[in-house]
Design a protein around this ligand. Structure first.
Ligand SMILES: Cc1cc2nc3c(=O)[nH]c(=O)nc-3n(C[C@H](O)[C@H](O)[C@H](O)COP(=O)(O)OP(=O)(O)OC[C@H]3O[C@@H](n4cnc5c(N)ncnc54)[C@H](O)[C@@H]3O)c2cc1C
Ligand code: SF4
Length: 328
């Protein structure tokens, strides 16, 4: 049952911050994750502060330097279908399109997608695990087929659930934040928190802070961006394995690469080994094979999820072949 709470819907960000600067306040954007978390007792709130009245935090606009600013309240459908996003950042458009179901994409927001809670079944169930303030991670010794193969450090093995965060990180996007302490900007690839730093936090947001915009830099010429997601079923589901590629090409050579994995780790996982295997090289068969081997070089799978390593090798190989075909 949904517990009782007060609900406010301010019209200005300043008013929202005033409400959020009180103990027991929670941010509400589309509510697709928040309401479930409140109902399941994962989160507790005395006051739910809806951001839906904040028109400034909605919409997609070009920035003065040729990039793009996406309001945190922009729906995931709007991101997936926006022609500017599709044209300049196809990896992000694809990531947004891969989120959940049409209904959830219509209601869920980009800011909420970056800030959502993890999907580990112990966490979502009645287990007081480390992430909920308990003393142990039940997944490490228990059932963990969908859990992390990188970066868990034997602390907490969630995989970050967002399909938009890996493409945003690969495209060097930044998150604009406002809170009681003022404004700040954090690159998306430093927005999420590793369990060994703090197993109870998913993001660097401090109490009372909200994400207002996500800003993408102007894409380099000859940028190839893509996102690929593998899931257990064809209906809505979270990523078992996924990859966001951002490759700057110089003729048929990769000049610069940023590669982030989904379904891999507690945060969108940067694969520097794949980046190293392709940078400065032509995407020929040998390079692609080496990159596919490199993706699992530093993997740390758990006994029940070693199958994911072949998935990651397979998607890296297929996506680099696709990148080559697109460039021919
Ligand atoms: C059945 C189901 C399947 C799903 N499948 C996928 C999937 O395949 N891929 C995927 O990426 N996601 C998936 N999701 C997650 C879904 O995309 C998120 O629920 C959605 O993006 C959250 O957006 P929202 O606006 O509804 O956030 P809310 O539910 O309103 O908020 C989510 C969390 O973020 C916080 N928050 C929201 N906005 C802000 C902000 N601007 N600043 C600070 N904090 C904020 C809230 O306090 C809350 O803790 C799924 C969800 C469901 C219920
Ligand atoms: S993986 Fe994380 S969320 Fe899941 S049981 Fe372990 S500590 Fe809890």
């Amino acid at each position: 049952m949904l517990p009782q709470f007060s609900y406010v819907r301010p019209d200005t960000i300043e008013e929202a911050i005033t409400h959020l600067d009180r103990k027991g306040a929670a941010v509400h954007a589309g509510g697709t994750d928040l309401i479930g978390c409140l109902r399941e007792g994962i989160l507790h709130a005395d006051t739910v502060v809806s951001l839906q009245g904040l028109e400034d935090c909605r919409g997609i606009r070009r920035t003065a330097d040729g990039g793009l600013a996406i309001g945190a309240l922009t729906t995931i459908t709007e991101v997936a279908e926006n022609p500017l996003v599709q044209q300049a950042y196809p990896g992000l458009a694809r990531g947004a399109f891969e989120v959940a179901s049409p209904q959830l994409r219509n209601q869920g927001t980009l800011g909420g997608n970056l800030c959502q809670k993890p999907r580990c079944w112990y966490y979502r169930g009645e287990f007081l695990c480390l992430r909920k303030g308990g003393s142990t991670c039940f997944a490490l010794e228990g059932e963990h087929p969908f859990h992390a193969v990188f970066g868990h450090d034997l602390v907490c093995a969630i995989t970050h659930p967002s399909d938009t965060a890996p493409p945003l990180a690969s495209l060097e996007a930044a998150v604009e934040i406002i809170g009681p302490g003022g404004r700040r900007t954090v690159p998306v690839d430093r927005f999420h928190v590793m369990p060994k730093e703090n197993p109870e936090a998913e993001t660097v947001l401090e109490p009372g802070e909200v994400v207002t915009r996500i800003v993408l830099p102007k894409p380099e010429e000859n940028l190839y961006s893509a996102y690929r997601k593998v899931r257990a079923r064809r209906s809505w589901d979270f990523a078992l394995a996924g990859v966001a590629l951002a490759l700057e090409m110089d003729a048929d050579t990769v000049k610069r690469a940023r590669v982030f994995l989904s379904g891999a780790a507690p945060v969108p996982w940067r694969s520097r080994s794949v980046e190293g295997a392709v940078t400065g090289r032509k995407l020929d068969d040998t390079t692609i094979q080496k990159a596919a081997e490199a993706v699992v070089e530093k993997a740390d799978p758990l006994p029940g999820n070693t199958y994911k390593l072949d998935l990651f090798k397979g998607i890296i190989e297929e996506e680099l072949f696709t990148a080559r075909r697109n460039h021919d």
